[in-house]
Design a protein around this ligand. Structure first.
Ligand SMILES: C[S@@+](CC[C@H](N)C(=O)[O-])C[C@H]1O[C@@H](n2cnc3c(N)ncnc32)[C@H](O)[C@@H]1O
Length: 264
């Protein structure tokens, strides 16, 4: 490996275990979509991705861009790799999507913005599959279901926008250089492209989980008046003692629709 000092501020933990790289490649969705990789780093995953699919890679670190440009000179010239030097979140803000046409996201994500990236990918209409390395703790949140300990807005949003979400396998710290402090997992989400959620829905969920162990009605009482709340509970036949982690994603969606219609 090149003598490159990993930068903490960019969440750089380079994947050095070739068996894990092989497992990621074997699990790639079998379709004709191009790939978007966020944070190619030193190109260890990129070199496998470009063998199979055209890839667009977003990298923020100027020092790494130089290394990648010389390492992948041929693939860049052949149009197999498009290297974009920018902060991926800024690219999303400017363009609304990371690529024209359908794509799958495959990446070992910078952990400090992993949750944000997955939420943006879930909302990006061109992204069909998400297969990313993240902290295990965050992967458990995105795959959580009603009544699970980790169940919260991330599990609800992911369930409402996907047809499948699961952890493919775990990856220990020693598979990286430098090793992260936490266990990692590969999260896989197959989006249901017919579904979408309202922008305000996330805010509504935030209110629902302000105090996760308290009754849902208590959390919502600070946002909605008593009468609106009791009519929603009544119409949807919701138990007044229910707590936020006991409400299914579809019931949250129904509650939100009622709240929204009440406001319009
Ligand atoms: C965990 S490392 C993964 C590196 C490489 N893909 C690997 O598996 O070894 C995360 C990568 O994301 C890059 N990165 C961090 N923040 C970014 C951002 N806002 N936009 C684009 N890339 C970013 C880092 O510079 C780093 O290359």
């Amino acid at each position: 490996m090149e003598k490159v000092k990993a930068k903490k501020k960019y969440g750089q933990n380079f994947l050095i275990d070739s068996s894990i790289l092989g497992k990621i490649i074997q699990s790639m969705p079998n379709n004709s979509n191009d790939i978007v990789e966020i944070g190619p780093g030193l190109g260890d995953l990129t070199k496998y991705l470009v063998k199979y699919k055209d890839t667009t890679a977003y990298e923020v670190d100027t020092d790494l861009i130089g290394i990648l440009e010389s390492k992948f000179k041929e693939q860049i010239e052949q149009g197999k790799l498009k290297l974009i030097h920018t902060d991926v979140l800024e690219a999303w803000d400017k363009q609304g999507t990371l690529k024209d046409g359908k794509y799958d996201m495959i990446a070992n994500l910078p952990y400090y913005i992993a949750t944000n990236i997955i939420l943006r990918a879930l909302e990006d209409n061109n992204c069909e599959h998400i297969m990313v390395m993240i902290q295990k703790e965050v992967a458990l949140k995105f795959t959580s279901k009603v009544n699970d300990k980790e169940y919260s807005s991330l599990g609800i949003i992911s369930e409402l926008l996907s047809s499948e979400s699961r952890i493919l396998f775990d990856v220990p710290p020693e598979s990286f250089d430098p090793p992260p402090k936490v266990m990692s997992s590969i999260l896989y989400i197959k989006k249901d492209m017919s579904k979408s959620i309202d922008k305000e829905f996330k805010k509504f969920l935030k209110s629902c989980f302000t105090q996760p162990r308290k009754k849902l009605s208590k959390n919502l009482s600070s946002v909605f008046d008593k009468q609106t709340l009791s009519s929603i509970y009544e119409e949807l036949e919701i138990d007044s003692n229910i707590r936020p982690h006991e409400v299914s994603s579809s019931l949250y969606s129904q509650m939100y629709t009622k709240v929204k219609n009440g406001r319009d």
